[in-house]
Write a protein that binds this ligand. Structure first.
Ligand code: SAM
Length: 201
């Protein structure tokens, strides 16, 4: 897999390639991704992040990515979105935020990097909320009422435990759920969640 397998414009391919170059460069001093995963960076990280775009309604106006780390999926979405709509990246680690701001500047991306814990974020709710490798679903859902509009959609990239996580979360929450199989990991899934309500005890 390389940027050349993605069906995007030449300019977008060049931005993705520059992002991958910066990720590999900064990863020598900050643990943005597991070093070994860089051997397969296009499939493990870029394609994995990019696949969630097709689950977002095309008319979304604002997007929040929480626990962005090295920008996965938030920066990949910002690069791929040819309408350059605003994306907020919430990340508590200051050094990772320096990386996110460097990529923003170098690639001229419409992202707002918020260096704080999600619990302290006081910005407006968004149409789309995303997270990858951040926390179990039950914990992620606690952030949704503050960060997602009532008619918005959450897209969570989950690993092989997602079925168990859904069962636990359903004890506390009611929600509309679609599980999309991951294109990059056979046991992984993308959880598309809407209409979240706390379950009454
Ligand atoms: C396992 S990493 C995943 C990073 C990225 N999403 C990815 O898939 O590579 C989790 C990230 O969430 C950040 N994080 C953890 N708890 C957070 C919180 N409460 N608020 C904001 N960021 C948080 C960590 O600093 C870390 O960068």
């Amino acid at each position: 897999m390389s940027a050349h397998n993605l069906d995007v414009s030449r300019e977008t391919k060049e931005k993705l390639e520059e992002y991958v170059r910066l990720l590999a460069k900064w990863n020598k001093s900050i643990n943005l991704v597991a070093p070994v995963s860089l051997n397969d960076v296009w499939s493990r990280h870029i394609e994995d992040s990019a696949q969630i775009m097709s689950f977002a309604d095309s008319n979304w106006e604002t997007w929040i990515d929480i626990g962005s780390g090295g920008g996965l999926p938030g920066l990949v979405i910002a690069i791929l979105d040819e309408q350059h709509r605003p994306i907020t990246l919430v990340e508590s680690d200051t050094r990772k935020c320096s990386f996110l701001r460097t990529v923003k500047r170098e690639l001229n991306l419409n992202v707002d990097v918020q260096n704080l814990r999600i619990e302290h974020f006081r910005g407006s709710a968004a149409d789309i909320l995303s997270a990858r490798a951040l926390a179990p679903l039950d914990q992620l859902l606690q952030f949704v009422p503050h960060l997602l509009k009532a008619d918005g959609k959450a897209l969570f990239l989950k690993g092989e435990t997602h079925r168990d996580e859904i069962e636990v979360a359903q004890e506390n929450w009611r929600f509309e759920l679609t599980v999309h199989p991951s294109k990059t990991h056979p046991a992984a899934g993308i959880l598309e969640i809407a209409g979240l309500k706390p379950r009454e005890s």
